[in-house]
Ligand binder design. Structure first.
Ligand code: ASP
Length: 597
């Protein structure tokens, strides 16, 4: 076998005259006729031009080379020479070429259904790319992405090992851990009629490792959640999962912020500086979302108190509403220069678009030197001075207003703010804005189920000064949770955990678990909490999302070697698929399908 002396990206002018051997895939070939052929040979490292030239002898090699086609896998040995007169500045190896003296064809490739280049990837649908993933992954872009991913996991292991974390694996076959999604389930052959669940996260195991005295834990792990399809989700995704003992939230945030800093520094050469923080309430009030993109300069202001006396029906009706302990409200966004930048067509479009967030529409007005103009101007005019002061209006601006239940109005304006930022080109795509969001409410009120639901998960502790509110005012109780947000996306989320059994029991009760249920589902956790549990807390980074940011893609499938389609299929191995009835029977079962409309 011709074994390489260099990778295809390595040869340089200083190697001229050396005998060099390369291994790789035929990226392109050009047969010039008269016994002169060029190929670009590709491997993980780059491209190098190889020339087969009858004038240099080796007629059998030149003859064999004429049969080469794209994606054939070969070994080639020869003498490296400089490309006198026609260097290719686009290639790192562009100053040299290998004059072939020996050729070994390792594998002839069939005519490839897709080509591993960016042009083809754009043209060809993603389905074909996923079906022939082994060719798609040869693309330099995909190689770069998966290598970046590998760099991030290595960095995580190094950074956390230096800080005393131990990497510990937790099991895949477990019973359900409630992170709020549906479990993937596996029949237990040795216990007919019983089931394992695949972990939605190692949450309870990592907490138990703290009870077990490991103090600092890391795992790069798979999490499985059987959720309905969503463009940016995969049923099977990866986390960098962490837990620490004898810490408060400051310690966890400092450690994890340090990791984010190391990643951005090492991968992108960017210093992200100190990460600011904001309470959940402030994020919701100013940005209408718990993971605000701080690159977007638009902000929301509550003007309910200013327009209280308004006779405008829309405002009155909204202010009379009340849901989940919050009064209805009137909220506004000031769009600088909106009078010019926002066309009628745009604002009409927004009014329709926001209806999906269960609000009636958006009220719009321009602000001029003479006061409000167009749209709902006449309803704003009586409150002009107060509105100008609150919103910081200057002539030429527009105001967009939503009036409704607090949650609906907040959501609608939060989404509209994002859309406006994008439509008006107000977001600097090159910037990185990090943010810790803290002081989340412990619970959300579930109107249908008439019960509280844990906002993060039910193992999250109240903030140290909030324990007394657990029973008195669960809705007002804040948690010791924290999310790390970058450019409007959550890249990590975690909390200080409950480490006392009595508190854990109280939380279970609040979310509607009976003592029996709690014992049945989480008896092992409650038992561990009775046997010496240290104060502890942790976080999980979404590895896929982290890499998406670092390489600049919005497609989660780009950062996973073998991803699933939106409907959960693997097009390469054709999964899911039927199984042998015998395998089902071995589990003591028979399958009966339920007819679904
Ligand atoms: N287990 C949590 C999650 O997957 C993260 C954490 O609380 O550490 O979201």
């Amino acid at each position: 076998m011709i074994k390489r002396t260099h990778t295809c990206g390595q040869p340089r002018a200083t190697d001229a005259g050396k005998t060099v051997a390369l291994n790789g895939w035929v990226n392109t070939y050009r047969d010039q006729g008269r016994g002169l052929l060029f190929i670009d040979l590709r491997d993980r490292d780059g491209l190098c031009q190889v020339v087969f030239d009858l004038e240099q002898g080796h007629p059998d090699v030149v003859q064999a080379a004429r049969a080469l086609r794209r994606e054939d896998v070969i070994g080639v040995r020869g003498t490296l020479r400089t490309r006198a007169g026609d260097p290719n500045p686009k290639l790192a190896t562009g100053e040299v070429e290998l004059v072939a003296e020996e050729l070994e064809i390792f594998n002839k490739a069939e005519n490839p259904p897709i080509l591993p280049d960016e042009h083809d990837a754009e043209k060809i649908g993603e389905e074909t790319r996923l079906k022939y993933r082994y060719i798609d992954l040869r693309r330099p872009r995909m190689q770069h992405i998966l290598r970046t991913r590998s760099k991030v996991t290595k960095l995580a292991r190094d950074y956390f090992a230096q800080n005393g974390f131990a990497e510990i694996e937790t099991p895949l076959l477990i019973k359900s851990t409630p992170e709020g999604a549906r479990d993937f389930i596996v029949p237990a052959r040795l216990h007919p009629g019983m089931w394992y669940a695949l972990p939605q996260s190692p949450q309870l195991f990592k907490q138990i490792l703290m009870v077990a005295g490991f103090d600092r834990y890391i795992q790069v792990c798979k999490c499985l959640r059987d959720e309905d399809p969503r463009a940016d989700r995969q049923a099977e995704f990866s986390q960098i999962d962490l837990e620490m003992s004898f810490v408060d939230r400051e310690d966890v945030m400092a450690m994890m912020g340090g990791f984010a800093r190391a990643v951005w520094q090492d991968v992108l050469g960017r210093d992200i500086g100190e990460i600011p923080r904001m309470t959940w309430q402030e994020a919701m009030d100013r940005f209408g979302i718990d993971r605000p993109d701080l690159r977007n300069p638009l902000e929301i202001r509550d003007v309910s108190d200013l327009v209280k006396a308004s006779e405008f029906q829309v405002f009155q009706q909204a202010l009379a509403k009340r849901r989940a302990g919050r009064d209805g409200c009137v909220k506004a966004i000031r769009v600088p220069g909106g009078a010019e930048r926002l066309t009628r067509k745009m604002t009409d479009g927004y009014t329709e678009w926001v209806k999906q967030f269960r609000v009636g529409g958006v009220a719009v007005a321009k602000f001029t030197a003479n006061g409000f103009d167009t749209g709902v101007a006449k309803h704003l005019e009586p409150f002009k001075d107060a509105l100008v002061a609150r919103l910081g209006l200057v002539p030429g601006d527009s105001v967009l207003i939503v009036a409704d239940h607090w949650d609906a109005a907040t959501k609608a304006l939060g989404e509209l703010r994002i859309r406006l930022g994008r439509d008006l080109g107000m977001v600097d795509e090159k910037d990185w804005r990090f943010l810790w969001v803290v002081d989340f409410p412990m619970f959300d009120w579930d109107d249908e189920g008439k019960r509280w639901v844990a906002m993060h998960h039910p193992f999250t502790s109240p903030n140290p000064d909030q324990f007394h509110l657990l029973e008195k005012d669960p809705g007002g109780c804040l948690s010791a949770g924290y999310d790390l947000v970058v450019n409007g996306s959550e890249i990590a989320g975690g909390s200080i955990r409950i480490h006392r059994m009595d508190v854990q029991e109280k939380v279970f009760k609040l979310i509607g678990l009976t003592q029996e249920d709690a014992e049945l589902k989480f008896g092992f956790l409650l038992s561990a909490l009775r046997h010496g549990a240290p104060p502890h807390g942790g976080i999980a980074f979404g590895l896929d999302r982290l890499v998406m940011h670092l390489v600049g893609t919005e497609n989660i499938r780009d950062v996973i070697a073998f991803p699933k389609t939106q409907s959960g299929g693997d097009l390469m191995i054709d999964a899911p698929g039927p199984i042998d009835p015998q395998q089902v029977e071995d589990c003591g079962m028979r399958v009966t399908m339920i007819e679904r409309a």
